[in-house]
Design a binder for this molecule. Structure first.
Ligand code: GLY
Ligand code: MN
Ligand code: MN
Length: 375
């Protein structure tokens, strides 16, 4: 549940931006944007459910069955409903008349289904359309104290489970990736999390060389490097953390050097973070280090992504992004090296940007060795 004053503050800032840019309305669909601006959350579905925010109004167009639910969960009390035996586009047109949208400028939720953008275009053929992120991205980039608290708690749970899973040691050998992923999910819930924030990655042996391999039927073997990438939700905010471990036995010959290089690349990127630099400088720090170590061409993704109500959101830490880093931003730093057919290594922590650098939200051990071994 988002605090009412936080919603009022977000709406006010959104409205100011709309007015300043001459935008007539934002039209949100069930998504993190709708939740951010209203406190009401639902899954996308085939029924028309929109939140309109204009420079001086905020109102819902919603199925009748949602009336009480929205009023309970959101401080926005202007809820216009349509029933299942009505055509919702008639209500859409009348709201358009009221907000004077006919020839206006609308920003639609980036994640609105095409089905509904088509209705908006048909209902307001003379309007011009853009994406809600043009206004909301900046608003959501800097996290407030409540958001940071939720992200810290999600990171704490991921760390605790990361450490406890390592302690399986040789007991993890013989489990399938799917069995271990289920066990991770169970432990995240037990530690106070609310489900997994994305499909848990258990990439054992050669499967670890596919950065977004999730989990399959492969059995974990002695000596396998295993990429473990997971997180859980707390208060609507996700964890996202990766460690690459060897539960038992001796890893492949090149593994230790690769792991050491990825760890150094992650540290170089984190050392580079400070307010005022561009996102691409953080990416460059990790990439240059891996290039020097001879693995540059095996680092096949960006260095990180913002984390907030969505697991992946701006700022994206890519080689091209010139967005300036600001205090309050939260993003992942997750370089990786992937040797197809052999193994992969990724190490990921979330960081929050401070006034003079950054603070890691994750602090579980980054070694690949079992925790009781010398490292
Ligand atoms: N699990 C996907 C990521 O770390 O971005
Ligand atoms: Mn991850
Ligand atoms: Mn990530």
């Amino acid at each position: 549940m988002i605090d009412e004053t936080a919603i009022d503050d977000r709406l006010e800032r959104a409205r100011d931006r709309l007015a300043a840019r001459g935008i007539d309305a934002l039209v949100c669909f069930p998504s993190s944007n709708m939740y951010y601006l209203s406190g009401f959350e639902d899954e996308p579905m085939e029924r028309h459910l929109f939140l309109f925010v204009s420079p001086d109004r905020a109102l819902f167009l919603a199925p009748e069955m949602y009336d009480h639910q929205i009023r309970d969960e959101s401080p926005i009390d202007d809820v216009r409903t349509w029933s299942d035996d009505e055509d919702p586009t008639a209500l859409l047109a009348s709201i358009g008349d009221e907000l004077d949208l006919a020839g206006g400028q609308l920003l639609v939720d980036d994640r609105m289904w095409a089905l509904f953008t088509q209705d908006l275009r048909k209902t307001f053929p003379d309007a011009s359309f853009g994406l809600a992120s043009a206004v909301l991205e900046d608003l959501r980039l800097r996290k407030d104290d409540a958001e940071l608290e939720a992200l810290r708690e999600a990171a704490r749970i991921s760390d605790a489970v990361s450490e406890s899973v390592r302690e399986l040691g040789p007991d993890a050998v013989g489990l399938t990736e799917r069995e271990l992923a289920r066990e991770i999910g169970r432990r995240l819930e037990e530690a106070g999390g609310d489900g997994v924030s994305f499909e848990t990655v258990v990439g054992s042996g050669p499967n670890g060389a596919r950065p977004h391999h999730r989990h399959g039927e492969r059995t974990i073997e002695s000596g396998d490097p295993v990429v473990l990438d997971f997180g859980t939700w707390t208060a609507g905010y996700p964890g996202d953390q990766t460690r690459t471990v060897v539960f038992d036995g001796d890893p492949p010959a090149e593994f230790e050097d690769v792991h050491d290089a990825v760890l150094a690349a992650q540290q170089a990127a984190i050392d580079a973070v400070e307010p005022g630099i561009e996102a691409r400088e953080v990416d460059r720090a990790a990439r240059e280090l891996l290039e020097k170590r001879g693995y540059g061409d095996r680092f096949v993704h960006r260095t990180g992504h913002g984390v907030g109500l969505d697991v992946h959101e701006p700022p994206y830490i890519t080689s091209e992004n010139d967005r300036k880093i600001e205090p309050g931003m939260v993003f992942s730093v997750e370089p990786g090296v992937y040797l197809e057919g052999e193994f992969g290594v990724r190490i990921e922590d979330l960081v929050v940007v401070t006034d003079d650098g950054c603070e890691r939200l994750n602090d579980s051990p980054r070694t690949w060795r079992p925790l009781d071994a010398d490292s």
